[in-house]
Write a protein that binds this ligand. Structure first.
Ligand code: FES
Ligand code: FES
Length: 207
């Protein structure tokens, strides 16, 4: 059998296999597709109240990107593994791809678009520019939202996996920052510059 005939036979077999299950069912036995369940949802996004009507399966990430056209929040994996979708919800960071929009009725959501504007950058955005904390920029919105939350977590005395002293307040040391930022992947390898940017903001917040 030539390679060409083999490909033809494989394609025909695959087509038969794909058709067979449906063909075996009568029209009355076919499962009917259920209409999506829709729910109204109010979110306060970057200070503005937004009314949505979403399929209950819609993630917060897709609600932001597809419904509200806030494309600053990125989708790198859609599985909670890269951190590109990190936003602040009621002041705490979370992976917007791992949570359903309808779970956040009336929540305050801050995305990268709400942290600062090109003319009035948030100090963390300015520090990322100053220290070259990015290259392609795709992980950057998530990195910046995460960094802002990390400094708040340290300030609130929340320990991390590398905090040795669980009695005193944690400090914004390089180890603490690296550990706390480890859920945000950067394939451009901007990690040292990201660390420098966060240390800069942490230092000026202290001063
Ligand atoms: S897109 Fe949410 S963690 Fe990767
Ligand atoms: S800047 Fe490109 S992935 Fe981080």
């Amino acid at each position: 059998m030539t390679r060409h005939t083999l490909l033809k036979v494989s394609a025909a077999t695959a087509a038969t296999a794909a058709v067979a299950p449906g063909a075996a069912l009568g029209d009355s036995e076919r499962p009917t597709a259920r209409a999506p369940e829709m729910l109204p949802l109010t979110l306060k996004v970057n200070g503005e109240s937004k009314q949505l009507n979403v399929d209950t399966r819609t993630t917060l990430l897709d609600a932001l990107r597809e419904h509200l056209h806030l494309t600053g929040t990125k989708k790198g994996c859609d599985h909670g593994q890269c951190g590109a979708c990190t936003v602040l919800v009621d002041g705490r960071r979370l992976n917007a791809c791992l949570t359903l929009a309808v779970m956040h009725q009336d929540a305050e959501v801050t995305t990268i678009e709400g942290l600062g504007t090109p003319d009035n950058l948030h100090p963390m955005q300015a520090a990322f520019v100053k220290h070259d904390g990015y290259q392609c920029g795709y992980c950057t919105p998530g990195q910046i939202c995460s960094s802002v939350a990390v400094l708040k977590e340290i300030e609130a005395g929340i320990p991390s996996h590398v905090t040795l002293d669980l009695v005193s307040s944690p400090e914004a040391t390089a180890d603490e920052l690296r550990e706390r930022m480890s859920g945000n992947i950067c394939r451009c390898g901007a990690y040292s510059n990201i660390l420098a940017a966060i240390e800069d903001v942490a230092g000026s917040q202290k001063a």
